[in-house]
Design a protein around this ligand. Structure first.
Ligand code: K7E
Ligand code: CUA
Length: 651
């Protein structure tokens, strides 16, 4: 029976999707007549009102946009090697991509979240999850560089992540796939009752953002899909959607849709924190990487951690409850007051809204509807605040404008629906082009959203842009939500697959954005702080070249005495102290990538010359009128030669 329902839902959705495509521009009366063009136009030399950070999905990175213009400013490399800057190729940044599986130069990044103080965006850091090889990254919003990556042990598919609590006490990582914990060789069909779902709470040090794996709750073997923190009155709680509470291990599209309701897991993390502080929990052997980039040495180091503190849910009574939620919920969103917890049943038309107050009352009244693996299940009717009869199909994610309205995306019916918190009435709906996933209102996941725009991030692009072969970039759409009705303003292409995004007012970040690294604060062990210190040193078959750059030359520029079989380290220090004057470095046959070195920074590239000859290197960034002159040579002699090292300092 349930199987039939599921198929019907999908077919109906597909029909609606096709209809949607046919009259794609109904409802928008043309940009010029509505003034939409004016609303997104940022004149040359003027700046945008908001930053938007879009996850890159399978690019592994974050892209930075301006709103309302939709102009892309930067791609920040996080989990992926990035030749544009040398991230993941330079000796300093390679350790950032180290894991217990070795060097992993890629991941799938879904959910960025900006740090908060008292529930409001504070613009210090942005966090993002690596879904595939479970990791959490912290990126500085001063330098826009990845400063820290922590691997998450006992996890697989780090999807319900990386959401933060309202004072950035914790960044959370919940496993999408349950797995044997600890990992071991066992039959897959013994999944049920044996696999575990780890929910990890990683603390964030207020002074420098340093991450520490505080504890992991080993939950029943469901799939933990998405999560959001409580805020305001519900601060201290965290909510996770689950699916596959059936614990099926094959044909999940049918077998994980048997139960009419799955759960939202409500976790009182303050209670668990207290339990752990009093010596609770079990230390378990583990092996996971913790990678930190030091701003003063411009160097990353990777440390393998060997232990994790695990918590068994039934050992902390009163800390964890299940809220029944219909139809395999995906998104799990909490409104700015912290009162409402919205479960988006992705196979349904209706949205389920739970009430935090009712949940607390039901817990205090001990009104339970049985338990699952010892975790009490609350009665659906007891916690339900209301149902939004949306008229849409396939709800995924909800954001809030701070004025009592919520906006939910519908993947199957391809639309954004605006509805009112408390009355649950639908106020407006607008089509998306096409099949929207997440949406984002700047500050929408905080106590103080900036409800002027919503960005819808769509999964299917088709005819929105000039075709570029079979692959099209995903399309984002910007809506003005300052009035009663939403107004579609513009489309703009994105990069990779943006799942979620985070946005904030420009004034929160722009004034403190770093312009240069100070040369006199450069503590890189291989820095060349004055050009007269430029030199070449040999240590066995390692050759270290201490090189400085300034418009428009390298010091040293000509180097002899290098031999086939050597490992040559170019340590490049950029002596510029002006904003936006990087120099690049590349050499023929380099097996890594070029480097882009920021003013005052030192970066290292390794080159293993394979061929005898005289090989040029050059600056890759057009830095001055004499940029083309910024070049030099390395003479490579046979391995047997005894030519002494020599170099020219350009005098
Ligand atoms: Cu819905 Cu990974 Cu947040 Cu994409 S997830 S849409
Ligand atoms: Cu330095 Cu071009």
């Amino acid at each position: 029976m349930k199987k039939v329902n599921y198929v019907a839902v999908i077919l109906m959705g597909f029909a609606m999707f096709l209809t949607g495509c046919n009259n794609k521009d109904s409802g928008t009366s043309g940009a010029l007549s509505s003034g939409a063009a004016e609303k997104v136009y940022v004149a040359p030399g003027e700046q945008d009102e908001f930053y938007a950070f879009l996850s890159g999905g399978y690019s592994g990175n974050i892209t930075v946009y301006g709103l309302p213009s939709g102009r892309m400013f930067k791609e920040i490399p996080v989990f992926s090697q990035f030749p544009t800057s040398g991230y993941g190729y330079s000796e300093e940044t390679k350790p950032m991509l180290n894991t217990s599986f070795g060097f992993i130069p890629w991941d799938d990044a879904h959910h960025p979240d900006i740090s908060q103080t008292n529930g409001e965006l504070d613009g210090r850091w942005i966090f993002i999850n690596g879904n595939n090889t479970p990791r959490i990254a912290r990126i500085s919003l001063t330098t826009f560089e990845t400063e820290e990556i922590m691997e998450v042990p006992n996890s697989a598919g780090n999807h319900s992540s990386s959401f933060i609590t309202e004072n950035t006490e914790y960044v959370v990582a919940g496993t999408r796939f349950s797995v044997p914990v600890p990992q071991r060789d066992m039959p897959i069909n013994e999944y049920k009752g044996n696999f575990k779902g780890a929910l990890s709470f990683i603390s964030v040090a207020p002074e420098n953002g340093r991450l520490n794996m505080e504890f992991q709750i080993l939950m029943p073997g469901f799939d933990y899909d998405l999560s959001h923190p409580g805020r305001g009155k519900s601060h201290g709680w965290f909510f996770f959607t689950t699916y596959n509470t059936e614990e099926a291990n094959s044909l999940l599209e049918v077998n994980a849709s048997q139960n009419d309701k799955d759960f939202i897991a409500a976790i009182n993390w303050k209670k668990i924190e207290e339990y752990v502080k009093n010596g609770g929990g079990t230390k378990m052997a583990a092996n996971y990487a913790h990678n930190v980039y030091d701003e003063e040495t411009h160097t990353g180091t990777s440390t393998m951690l060997k232990e994790v503190l695990t918590v068994n849910p039934t050992d902390v009574p009163g800390a964890i409850f299940f809220l029944p939620t219909p139809k395999s919920p995906h998104g799990c969103d909490v409104d700015p007051t912290g009162q409402y917890i919205i479960g988006n049943g992705k196979l349904s038309a209706d949205l389920t809204v739970h009430s935090f107050d009712k949940m607390i009352a039901a817990i205090e009244g001990e009104k339970f509807d049985g338990e699952a693996y010892g975790i009490p299940i609350l009665k659906f009717e007891d916690v339900l605040a209301g149902t939004v009869k949306s008229g849409g199909l396939g709800p995924l994610h909800t954001e809030f404008d701070g004025q009592g309205n919520a906006y939910t995306t519908f993947f199957i019916s391809s639309e954004v629906v605006k509805w009112k918190l408390g009355t649950w009435e639908v106020i407006d709906r607008k089509p998306t082009f096409y099949s929207v996933g997440h949406l984002m209102i700047p500050g929408g996941n905080s106590r103080k959203p900036f409800g002027k725009y919503v960005v819808a991030m769509n999964k299917i692009t088709k005819d929105r842009y000039l075709p570029t072969g079979p692959e099209m970039e995903h399309s984002a759409q910007l809506y003005d939500i300052s009035g009663e009705k939403m107004e579609l303003l513009s489309d703009f292409p994105t990069h990779g697959e943006p799942h979620y995004a985070a946005g904030c007012p420009a004034e929160l970040l722009a004034p403190k954005s770093q312009k240069i690294y100070r040369l006199d604060e450069n503590k890189h062990p291989y820095a060349t702080l004055t050009p007269d210190k430029a030199r070449v040193e040999r240590d066995g078959n390692e050759v270290h070249i201490y090189m400085s750059t300034i418009r428009s030359h390298f010091t040293p520029d000509n180097i002899e005495g290098v031999k086939v079989g050597d490992k040559v380290y170019f340590h490049i220090t950029n002596h510029e102290q002006d904003f936006d004057v990087p120099h690049g470095f590349s050499i023929i046959g380099q097996n890594t990538s070029e480097l882009l070195v920021m003013p005052g920074q030192t970066k290292t590239s390794v080159w293993e010359p394979k061929k005898v000859g005289v090989w040029p290197f050059y600056c890759t960034d057009f830095c001055s009128a004499l940029h083309q002159e910024m070049q030099g040579y390395v003479r490579v002699s046979p391995a047997s030669s005894n030519i002494e090292l020599s170099w020219s300092l350009g005098d």
